[in-house]
Design a binder for this molecule. Structure first.
Ligand code: G6P
Ligand code: MG
Length: 216
């Protein structure tokens, strides 16, 4: 008998439009470092943990800073970000996502979240989406963030799903790499050029049909 695939969603840039606030917040930090963070470089920050992002930025800027300064900048970035997202609500859910998740629940798909963000639970509350998820894995639950598959493995374990029967929805290359590593079906949400390593790419959830995922 075919089993119903488990859907594992990324958060920033897939469920909600908060990715732009991460970018704006990092740009403010980069200004302090006198480094110009372009949107091309920002693609490489998508999906990875806060401290990995800062390490990448310091590498690009060829800067070395003390541990204290490093932690101070991480806190500052998060304060700027939290301030920007303080007023988000269900209107910040990306078009088609709510309908997709509610139909998936009706059709008995298990729903999990894996986000590298440590703010994921806070954001899900603000979006009023918490109760839809059968499992939530965030930046606090894993040692290694994407492109390591640890978080996807944990989401599969928590939903008692075979990783091969999981479908990953991701807007970041790091997330697609992570899902591919453990043979999950990877669905890129966004540009097919940027996410060419995904098994399939859709511009938005409105274009997706569940039959596409009955692969087991
Ligand atoms: C997500 C975003 C990244 C962000 C990371 C950490 O993966 O795509 O852009 O850097 O979460 O987020 P946080 O809210 O913990 O700083
Ligand atoms: Mg994302």
């Amino acid at each position: 008998m075919k089993s119903i695939p488990t859907f594992i969603f990324d958060l920033d840039g897939v469920i909600t439009n908060t990715e732009k606030y991460h970018f704006q917040s990092w740009r403010e930090i980069c200004k302090l470092l006198k480094f110009n963070l372009t949107s091309e470089l920002n693609e490489e920050l998508k999906g990875i943990s806060r401290d990995k992002c800062l390490k990448k930025i310091l590498d690009w800027a060829k800067l070395e800073i003390s541990v204290n300064k490093f932690n101070e900048l991480l806190d500052k970035k998060n304060q700027i970000y939290l301030d920007k997202i303080s007023k988000i609500n269900s209107s910040n859910v990306i078009s088609g996502v709510y309908e997709f998740i509610t139909s998936a629940k009706k059709q008995k798909h298990l729903i999990a979240l894996y986000s590298s963000s440590r703010n994921a639970n806070f954001i899900l509350d603000k979006l009023n989406l918490h109760s839809f998820f059968d499992a939530i894995v965030d930046g606090n639950s894993v040692k290694a963030s994407k492109p390591d598959p640890e978080g996807f493995e944990l989401a599969a374990k928590l939903t008692e799903s075979d990783p091969k029967n999981c479908v990953v929805f991701e807007d970041s290359e790091a997330g697609i790499i992570a899902g591919n590593k453990i043979n999950m079906l990877t669905i890129g949400i966004g540009s097919s050029k940027k996410l060419s390593i995904a098994n399939k790419v859709f511009k938005e959830f409105n274009e997706i049909k569940f039959q596409d995922f009955q692969k087991c």
